[in-house]
Design a protein around this ligand. Structure first.
Ligand code: F6R
Length: 268
């Protein structure tokens, strides 16, 4: 795992934006796995700017979102489809039919989950998957106890997650307690993974995910099995990591090596 510790949430968003820009520049028809929540909002703002300035185009990009609340239609203001339209899709040149979010108001959610998996396969799999992390270590809506081999399916949300997300729902609104989510197995098949976390409230989950044993108690710990995962955090989210000095040192050496390789190839 590559662990990148930066000073601020702003730098984490900037790092994430550069990561996505590089992916799209290297492969214009990338298949991107996307996330909702507070963490990626400023990353999406930066991608909108890059798209508007002409630095990148989403014309040939396909997207698959991690999850959706079961029971909410895409035009419900709390649905993840609505969130994605507002925060990203409506402001970039992606083709509407190339954006995929599990359907929260489908008649048969089990069938919809199967078809979502097939659709990901049909596009050749996900090139770069973006993740946030829940305070309980969830990724997507894979709550603690989710199987590492799980595929896209219907999942119950924990009380903790329902409580954490209650801030987005009005007092008289019914908050869903079920979701459709990519499984951990689905996520682990992405070629590259970028997990972003900011703020003190994520520090325990990050420490467990990076330094704890791989365990169903912390779904994000399963990322230790993935060959190309980058975890980028701000200082506040790094406070429970025990090997901070080592991660900073590794990153410094990695950058020095990259620069050396650039010099070598220019000289060759
Ligand atoms: C959202 C998702 C969730 C969030 C996580 C963190 O699509 O899959 O796993 O990434 O709950 O949410 P924030 O960023 O709001 O702290």
């Amino acid at each position: 795992m590559r662990v990148v510790i930066l000073e601020s949430a702003e730098q984490v968003a900037e790092f994430g934006a550069t990561f996505f820009v590089n992916q799209i520049v290297n492969k214009s028809n990338s298949v991107l796995g996307l996330a909702t929540g507070s963490t990626p909002v400023s990353l999406y703002e930066k991608l909108i700017e890059k798209n508007n300035s002409g630095a990148i185009s989403f014309k040939d990009v396909t997207t698959f979102n991690l999850d959706e609340y079961y029971g909410l239609s895409g035009d419900h203001p709390q649905s993840y489809r609505f969130f994605m339209q507002q925060k990203l899709f409506d402001h970039i040149d992606v083709a509407p039919e190339s954006t995929h979010v599990p359907s929260g108001d489908c008649a048969d959610p089990h069938q919809a989950c199967k078809e979502y998996e097939q659709e990901i396969q049909r596009y050749g799999g996900i090139d770069l998957q973006l993740l946030g992390i829940g305070r309980n270590g969830h990724i997507g809506f894979n709550e603690p106890s989710s199987s590492i081999g799980s595929r896209t399916r219907v999942k119950s949300l924990t009380y903790e997650t329902v409580r954490d997300n209650a801030r987005f729902f009005g007092e008289n609104e019914t908050q869903p307690t079920l979701s459709l989510t990519m499984g951990i197995g689905t996520i682990l098949e992405a070629r590259k993974i970028l997990l972003m976390a900011t703020g003190e409230s994520k520090a325990d989950a990050i420490a467990y995910a990076v330094e704890g044993a791989i365990s169903a108690s912390c779904p994000a710990s399963s990322l230790q099995l993935h060959p190309d995962t980058t975890i980028v955090v701000d200082k506040a989210a790094s406070t429970e990591l025990s090997d901070v000095e080592f991660y900073l040192d590794v990153e410094e050496k990695r950058l020095a090596l990259e620069q050396q390789l650039i010099v070598n190839s220019a000289a060759a």
